[in-house]
Design a protein around this ligand. Structure first.
Ligand SMILES: Cc1cc2nc3c(=O)[nH]c(=O)nc-3n(C[C@H](O)[C@H](O)[C@H](O)COP(=O)(O)OP(=O)(O)OC[C@H]3O[C@@H](n4cnc5c(N)ncnc54)[C@H](O)[C@@H]3O)c2cc1C
Length: 494
């Protein structure tokens, strides 16, 4: 980190969906020096391993994978599981399912509540259009020539056609462009997978920015904590390059983009958080922020297995179409999880249909387990603790079973009737769509630009600043966060 003695204007922590986009945008300002620090490796253009590029599978997402950060998680009914996040340039977006769905106008209305005008649908729409290169739709609200390629699958598998027909027969409307904010229904999924290649922000944002004079990118350099000066202002970070000795890096502004698990953890390890939690960790209390780690939200998901796994042609996407109701998503996967992720991820002879609760009321917490930055914090999802959430997921599971029958599929494990039995059945099978949001929410821990209240010079710019989980997959919103806040990166005195 050669110029560190002089310091940087901005140090960005985490090169995931948000952080890579943030750093690329922030470094466009002439004369600004931006340093991007990523815990995992960052591969240059053309050097990424196939397991990250292959958007027809999610093989890098298995716990224990070389590019995965595994976290203990408590899911519905208190079930203990391990969840993964990306630990590599591109972050979780480098190993995800490739679905690139925008959040809904209602989500942005919730983000913008309380005077956060930068987050209104009207304000973000030009940024959503500018970040995409939509190969199927043009016109108002869509973009051509932006960094993220977006396309819808074509042709569709016979199994996907059967799913769409079943939805139509059940009276669901068509939704040809799921990024157009029209009435929800059934239709093809927008994907950032083109020619079988997953286009994470490592490809879409970092590769084109390589060589830009204002941007320096360091992989394999986990940040251990934010350094605060005597007045409580962020002065830089302490990082550990390549497993060596910790090194301070000075910067006028620190931007945390380490994701909804690691960003709240970094704040707490830096002495910013709920005092009782900080004291429990043995961290000094530098700024009281009770909202750090609190109120996180995620999408609970139940997968219904169907017997049989018809072979799919090479190049087939992980998922091709989905049904959206206002608060539920039903999405058939194109192959067994054992094929998509790897052996042990599910029965090899069953294809799954995911039923996801999109507008949960339940909220959880992020719990750091030790003062060691290398120890992953635990995600207490507390899915389905709210009775309304249980009722809606029950309705979704039963409707999914009806659609499966209408599509001519034989359920491998049919859900029982009766509220109590079905609740039990769901709790035993519920997992997560891995869309954790919040933990440093705008309006609580930060303002609308991600500025951490009470700590000048410190910002958050990733999914942890969302006051609620969007009612769609999270990746497009995570990229938007980086794009939007990176365009307003600070010159900063605050
Ligand atoms: C298996 C899986 C499948 C998914 N599928 C989809 C999908 O199909 N569609 C969808 O919309 N969403 C999907 N998601 C969710 C979506 O990809 C994530 O929500 C999104 O990538 C989050 O972006 P982020 O920038 O907040 O965090 P991340 O992308 O996770 O980035 C955080 C980055 O910070 C780095 N980091 C962490 N700690 C430190 C530290 N101390 N120092 C330096 N660097 C650090 C990490 O290594 C990582 O690169 C999926 C997620 C997973 C895990």
């Amino acid at each position: 980190m050669s110029p560190r003695a002089a310091g940087y204007d901005v140090v960005v922590v985490g090169a995931g969906s948000s952080g890579a986009a943030y750093a690329a945008r922030a470094a466009e300002t002439p004369g600004r020096r931006v340093l991007l620090l990523e815990a995992g490796p960052v591969f240059g253009a053309g050097a990424a391993p196939g397991v990250l590029l292959d958007g027809t599978r999610m093989a890098a997402a298995r716990p224990g994978g070389r590019y995965a950060d595994a976290h203990p998680a408590r899911l519905a009914g208190g079930a203990e599981r391990t969840i993964v996040r990306g630990r590599v340039g591109g972050g979780s977006g480098a190993l995800n399912g490739g679905v690139f769905l925008r959040a809904r106008p209602e989500d942005f209305a919730a983000f913008a509540a309380g005077g956060r005008d930068a987050w209104s649908y009207r304000s973000v729409l030009p940024v959503l259009a500018a970040l995409e290169d939509d190969r199927d739709f043009t016109g108002p609200g869509h973009g051509r020539g932006g960094p993220v390629p977006v396309r819808r699958p074509d042709p569709l598998l016979p199994a996907t056609e059967a799913f769409i027909d079943a939805c139509r027969s059940a009276g669901h409307p068509e939704e040809p462009d799921k990024n157009a904010a029209g009435p929800p229904g059934v239709g093809r999924l927008p994907l950032n997978v083109v020619g079988g290649v997953r286009h994470s922000t490592a490809l879409t944002h970092l590769a084109p920015a390589a060589g830009r004079p204002g941007l320096e990118v360091r992989g394999r350099t986990p940040v251990l904590r934010v350094e605060l000066d005597r007045d409580g202002r962020a002065a830089g970070v302490l990082a550990r390059p390549d497993g060596g000795a910790p090194e301070p890096v000075r910067a006028r502004t620190v931007v945390l983009c380490a994701g909804a698990l690691r960003t709240p953890q970094l704040l707490m390890l830096s002495g910013i958080g709920p005092p009782a939690v900080l004291r429990g960790l043995g961290a000094p209390v530098r700024a009281e922020a009770p909202g750090v780690g609190a109120g996180v939200q995620d999408h609970a998901m139940v997968v219904l297995g169907a017997r049989g796994a018809p072979p799919r042609p090479p190049g087939t996407e992980v998922a091709q179409a989905a049904l959206h109701l206002p608060d539920l998503e039903i999405m058939p996967y194109t192959a067994p999880f054992a094929e998509l992720i790897g052996p042990g991820a599910g029965p090899p002879d069953q294809t799954g249909w995911g039923v996801t609760l999109l507008r949960p009321r339940s909220r959880g917490a992020l719990v750091p387990l030790s003062a060691d930055p290398a120890d992953p914090p635990r995600a207490e999802h507390r899915h389905l603790i709210d009775g309304h959430d249980r009722a809606r997921l029950r309705a979704g599971v039963l409707h999914c079973a009806e659609l499966m029958a209408a599509a001519g599929l034989e359920p491998a494990d049919p859900p029982p009737r009766g509220t109590a039995a079905l609740d039990r059945w769901i709790a035993e099978r519920a997992s997560t769509a891995v869309h954790l949001s919040g933990g440093c929410a705008m309006g609580d821990v930060t303002d609308q630009w991600g500025r951490v209240e009470g700590v000048p010079g410190l910002r958050v710019a990733d999914a942890s600043l969302l006051p609620r989980v969007p009612s769609r997959g999270l990746n497009a919103t995570a990229v938007l966060i980086g794009e939007l806040l990176g365009r307003h990166a600070p010159e900063d005195s605050r």
